[in-house]
Design a protein around this ligand. Structure first.
Ligand SMILES: C[S@@+](CC[C@H](N)C(=O)[O-])C[C@H]1O[C@@H](n2cnc3c(N)ncnc32)[C@H](O)[C@@H]1O
Length: 212
């Protein structure tokens, strides 16, 4: 169950993404040059038939969805989702887009074969609760795939990220000092694979599954 303070924070996060949604793709042009190959790699590992993408945003992953899977994309922010809808309209694919909150997903237990989130758990107000929800809706044989930037474990870099974080959150909606690998563990998921993708130890591919 989501807590009141987290609900307030979620409203703030939604307002921030709503504000930047018209320019989000432009803001991401430079980092996206790196992200593209990481997105491609992640999606090459995803298995269906039922796939959930949490925090689908403006739909930047759509181009990488494997053939033959049914994808449901959920996002908190109407403005982001509207842009994803425009992208879907150009494709002839089985994709459903819904407004929703990672902390409280409206799907039955064990429904999905794969659950994906890219650059989302830096923004979810209660990341451990959100990750628990991913564990609830993925089936026991399924996998959770995350692409995330996290707080560096290098003391000086980590400290700088802590100092810059309040300004970054206000401008972009994303925390740059989240300890997402630890949060995955705290949510009770079993981590199968963590990989440093580049930019020191900041960008990670994380693959996890349920314990049962
Ligand atoms: C940095 S953007 C990433 C978008 C997309 N996944 C990508 O790779 O470009 C973060 C997205 O997470 C969404 N988000 C933040 N909190 C959320 C929550 N609690 N539930 C669902 N989506 C959330 C935001 O609305 C935003 O679209």
């Amino acid at each position: 169950m989501a807590k009141t303070s987290d609900n307030q924070q979620t409203t703030i996060t939604r307002d921030r993404y709503q504000r930047i949604s018209p320019i989000y793709d432009w803001m991401e042009i430079l980092p996206e040059r790196k992200y593209i190959s990481w997105r491609e790699r992640l999606w090459s590992l995803v298995r269906g038939p039922e796939v959930l993408e949490v925090g689908v945003g403006t739909g930047k992953n759509l181009a990488f969805y494997p053939e033959g899977v049914r994808v449901t994309g959920v996002d908190l922010t109407p403005g982001m989702l509207e842009r994803a809808r425009n992208r879907v309209a150009m494709l002839n694919r089985d994709i459903t887009l819904l407004l929703g909150d990672a902390r409280n997903l409206e799907f039955p237990n064990s429904y999905f074969d794969s659950v994906v989130a890219t650059y989302v758990f830096c923004s979810v107000s209660d990341p451990v609760q959100g990750l628990k929800e991913l564990g609830r809706v993925v089936n026991p044989a399924g996998r959770i795939f995350l692409l995330e930037h996290v707080r560096s474990a290098k003391p000086i870099v980590g400290k700088i990220m802590d100092i810059l974080n309040p300004a970054m959150v206000r401008v972009t909606g994303a925390n740059i000092n989240r300890r997402t690998v630890e949060n995955v563990r705290l949510s009770g998921l079993l981590i199968e694979h963590v990989e440093d993708l580049g930019v020191g130890d900041i960008y990670k591919l994380i693959i996890a599954r349920r314990e049962d």
